[in-house]
Design a protein around this ligand. Structure first.
Ligand code: ATP
Ligand code: MG
Length: 246
């Protein structure tokens, strides 16, 4: 780890960046994953690097949906595993969800590294590893459509953080309820998911884990389209405040 002064105004964002770089060195994170993080970081700057009111609402709705699913699956990619391995295991326990390693850029070495860190953090069963139980989703080009027959393929609710739009659309076509973390409220994934948590996954996963420990009531008011609109307006407010003080 490099030494970052504690007083640095963007300390958290730099610490997150270090985790990603370490994840890259440890073969967890793909090069493309670093770039996707950069895009996320830019949006985090715009939302003020804190969890917004609208994100808190999405987190509540997500905890309820996961806990009330028949067969929920948490999809894990390299960035997610590098940033919050412990929270992935805790969330799976609290919501009785399966864990599937599912990569946009499939790579056996990376799958092994991700499996290792998940096991080290306490995972017992991990889906997506056995080629014999892999199956293809329709409506998406070949390399990106493999899922586990006993995992995502048979799930009713799937949590897909930091996901590409094509895959989210394919999962919707397969009639899954989708929950995502995406700092960009304008992305296709953000627009396609049933619940979009517009927040940094490192902050939001901690909140989702603690929310999922509670007895929850359904929030009948939750509407993802409206919530996304509020997220965009929250960014706008931040920018107006900055413009005033500029
Ligand atoms: P889409 O394909 O959905 O239109 P995109 O092509 O712009 O989106 P991708 O690289 O496919 O982006 O997806 C990665 C997404 O993950 C981006 O929208 C990015 O903002 C988001 N992201 C990256 N890092 C984080 C993070 N730490 N927390 C939450 N979201 C993140
Ligand atoms: Mg994309």
């Amino acid at each position: 780890m490099t030494l970052i002064p504690k007083s640095h105004p963007r300390l958290n964002s730099l610490l997150i960046r270090e985790k990603l770089v370490k994840g890259f060195d440890d073969n967890l994170v793909a090069k493309e994953g670093l770039l996707a993080h950069g895009r996320g970081e830019a949006f985090d700057y715009l939302i003020g690097e804190k969890t917004s009111k609208s994100a808190k609402e999405s987190i509540k709705a997500a905890a309820f949906m996961l806990k009330n699913a028949k067969n929920s699956v948490i999809s894990v990619n390299g960035n997610f595993a590098a940033l919050c391995p412990k929270e992935i295991i805790q969330l799976a326990k609290n919501t009785n969800s399966k864990i599937e390693v599912n990569l946009f850029y499939s790579n056996e070495k990376r799958k092994k590294a991700i499996t290792k860190i998940l096991k080290k953090s306490g995972a017992k069963e991990i889906f997506g590893l056995n080629k014999k139980s892999s199956i293809k989703l329709l409506g998406i080009d070949s390399a990106r459509r493999i899922v586990d027959k006993n995992g995502i393929f048979s799930a009713d609710v799937v949590l897909v953080p930091l996901e590409d739009g094509d895959r989210t659309i394919a999962l919707k076509k397969a009639k899954k309820k989708i929950i995502t973390f995406d700092l960009n409220p304008l992305s296709r994934t953000a627009e396609t998911a049933d619940i979009t948590i517009v927040d940094n996954v490192t902050r939001a996963m901690k909140l989702l884990v603690s929310e999922s420990k509670k007895e929850l009531k359904k929030s009948s008011k939750y509407n993802n389209k409206k919530n996304l609109k509020v997220s965009i307006l929250e960014i706008n407010k931040n920018l107006e405040r900055r413009a005033k003080n500029a």
